[in-house]
Design a protein around this ligand. Structure first.
Ligand code: NI
Length: 261
């Protein structure tokens, strides 16, 4: 069973242009182990909290990650994630470390290493669009029956949240995908194209595609896969498109050959 403890970590790193990049992460450390028959626990959470603070928070929090005064040089969040893994793996309550995640507003980095290194970066985007659920492969009566009020001819709107995940190994810059390039590609291919549009009538890609959440996720994947591969300095490729239509409804797509998480 997986058990996660979350701690806050703040820091700064010098950028190439001489300015500082400020970090403010929620650090999630996740261990994997059996539930003890007597205590009913995988791990004593008070002990996990104390060790996480001693091994990660105490030496790193509030520091400039510039390679001086015993603080490692960590110029990207990807490198911070790897450093935290290296500090915790095999040392956190004697249990195998399963994953380290760093969450910031709009971005999450997940890291694990079992043999090969696996790094994921997820960035979050938003767009507002209207759609009408209507399939040309169904009769009008069938459409009304299947889609109900979502078949309303004038359509209806959603504030969509799109999470895009890239997975692979970072390049020599320590970045999986440069954040500014990541945002530019997703904004050009999806957000700017669809924001404040009626998907059925304004967008040719949905002329013959019923814009359900599933189909929107598939179309987003097709528009993002190549341009995102073109901006990665390492081996990262598009891994997941998650589309939240409402806070209570979302779909996740791992590509035409995707085999899930
Ligand atoms: Ni809808």
């Amino acid at each position: 069973m997986l058990v996660t403890r979350v701690e806050r970590l703040h820091g700064a790193a010098p950028r190439a242009d001489g300015r500082l990049r400020i970090f403010s992460f929620a650090v999630e450390a996740t261990v994997d182990g059996p539930v003890d028959a007597r205590s009913g626990m995988v791990v004593n959470l008070a002990e996990m909290k104390a060790e996480l603070r001693r091994i990660v928070v105490e030496p790193l929090d509030g520091r400039c990650f510039n390679g001086e005064a015993g603080v490692p040089a960590l110029k990207t969040p990807e490198l911070v994630a790897r450093e935290i893994w290296n500090r915790l793996d095999g040392r956190l309550c004697g249990l195998p470390l399963h994953r380290v995640r760093l969450r910031e507003t709009g971005q999450t980095i997940a890291y694990r290493r079992r043999g090969e290194e696996t790094m994921e970066i997820t960035r979050v985007f938003e767009f507002s669009a209207s759609h009408r659920l209507h399939s040309s492969r169904l009769s009008d009566a069938e459409n009304r029956n299947v889609f109900g009020k979502c078949n309303n001819p004038a359509g209806h709107g959603h504030n969509y949240v799109l999470e895009v995940t890239m997975k692979g190994a970072p390049g020599s810059s320590g970045e999986l995908v440069p954040a500014a390039d990541f945002d530019r590609v997703v904004n050009e291919a999806v957000v700017d194209a669809w924001d404040h549009r009626h998907l059925n009538s304004d967008r040719p890609e949905f002329r013959d595609v019923n814009p359900t959440a599933e189909e929107i996720a598939r179309v987003a994947w097709a528009r993002l896969e190549k341009p995102l591969a073109a901006i990665t300095p390492g081996t990262a490729r598009l891994h997941r498109v998650k589309l939240l239509e409402t806070a209570r409804n979302h779909v996740e797509y791992f590509g035409p050959q995707g085999d899930g998480e």
